[in-house]
Design a protein around this ligand. Structure first.
Ligand code: KG4
Ligand code: ZN
Length: 335
């Protein structure tokens, strides 16, 4: 079964053709980093306009690279939320139009569901497992029992990990997006040079908090340390927090298979530290290749396929014309 996935929740216009939720035939991403970089962050109205221009081009290229035509597509899958509402609407409207014209099913997908299944392109995932999702908008731990069944165990109380990387990059005068820039800068720094304390989160021991670390970084900069040392110390502290909470959740849930997902899962230091902690504690740790960590449409096509395959006769896949984009779509509405 061929699914065409469409993603436009933030600043990437993406389309992909995926067979049976597993084999990526094409994965096209038009990034808008160039237009947002000079503002130091994503400008929603500019993102929506660029999506309108890019979407038909990206979809056509995804079909061409896969060697198929629109008529060969069995299923459309599109991100319904969460994200920027104007940006989401572009993808959703495009998908509705295509599905309607071809009389094919359309599956609305929760963006995080896409991230959760993304490692499946590179690994035969074991279930149940623990998923650490670390992106620009979200930082959460999920217990994942199947490709369509997952439970959020913890989330961030304030900033997401990627957001903290982006804000610290801004403080250090590095580029946008901040994560890769901080990682590059940190490569030449001493991670013990600046001391940051681990945040204590009241309530659930699993929840995350990064806004205090961001403020501590700002204060540390007043003493004029080397930017490389600040970047390395900050990156180490973020990784320490993520590894600590992940190990705690794995133990609590009795899970020995860890999947990392989201843009921050590209970070080399985090990968090494999580792998090392996994080796010490007898846990398997896997992650998607970088192109499936950051936003892409292949993961949306796969999540949509899994939802459809779980309920192939459900009438809701043909009942999509009144669907709205939802900026803060709750996970409970996603399956
Ligand atoms: O998953 P993603 O593409 O978009 C969201 O759904 O948010 O994640 C983007 C985030 C950005 O905050 C970016 O700075 C961060 O992932 N990121 C990284 C790295 N590459 C991307 N953070 C740390 N290290 C990296 N190498
Ligand atoms: Zn994302």
């Amino acid at each position: 079964m061929l699914a065409l996935g469409i993603e436009s929740s933030c600043d990437e216009t993406a389309a992909a053709v995926v067979e049976n939720g597993a084999k990526v035939l094409s994965n096209v991403i038009a990034s808008q980093h160039d237009i947002h970089a000079r503002f130091g962050g994503v400008v929603p109205e500019l993102a929506s306009r660029r999506h309108v221009e890019n979407m038909p081009v990206v979809v056509t290229e995804a079909l061409e690279r896969a060697g198929v035509t629109m008529g060969d597509i069995d299923l459309f899958a599109v991100t319904r939320g969460p994200g920027l509402v104007g940006a989401l609407l572009v993808g959703l409207s495009f998908a509705k139009g295509a599905a309607w014209a071809l009389k094919k099913p359309l599956v609305p997908v929760h963006h995080l569901h896409g991230h959760i299944v993304a490692a499946g392109f590179n690994h035969a995932l074991r279930y149940p497992h623990l998923c650490l999702l670390v992106s620009g908008g979200h930082t959460s731990l999920f217990r994942v029992d199947s490709p369509v069944t997952f439970l959020e165990l913890a989330s961030t109380r304030d900033d997401a990990a990627g957001e903290a990387f982006d804000k610290v990059a801004k403080l250090l005068g590095l580029g946008f997006p901040g994560g890769p820039a901080v990682e590059k800068c940190a490569a030449n720094g001493d991670a013990r040079a600046v001391k940051f304390t681990m945040p204590k989160v009241k309530g659930s021991a699993l929840d995350f908090s990064f806004s205090g670390l961001k403020t501590a970084t700002r204060l540390a900069l007043e003493k004029k340390p080397k930017a490389e040392d600040v970047a390395a110390s900050f990156q180490k502290t973020v990784a320490d927090i993520l590894v600590q909470r992940t190990l705690f959740a794995a133990k609590e849930q009795k899970l020995d298979y860890i999947v990392m997902a989201g843009g921050v899962a590209c970070n080399g230091h985090l990968r090494r530290e999580m792998k090392r902690a996994g080796d010490v504690n007898g846990l398997t740790v896997v992650w998607p290749e970088p192109v499936y960590c950051t936003d892409n449409a292949a993961m949306i096509a796969a999540a949509g396929y899994f939802m459809y395959a779980a309920e192939p006769t459900s009438p809701r896949w043909m009942d999509y014309l009144s669907l709205d984009a939802v900026a803060n779509l709750p996970l409970s509405l996603s399956s």
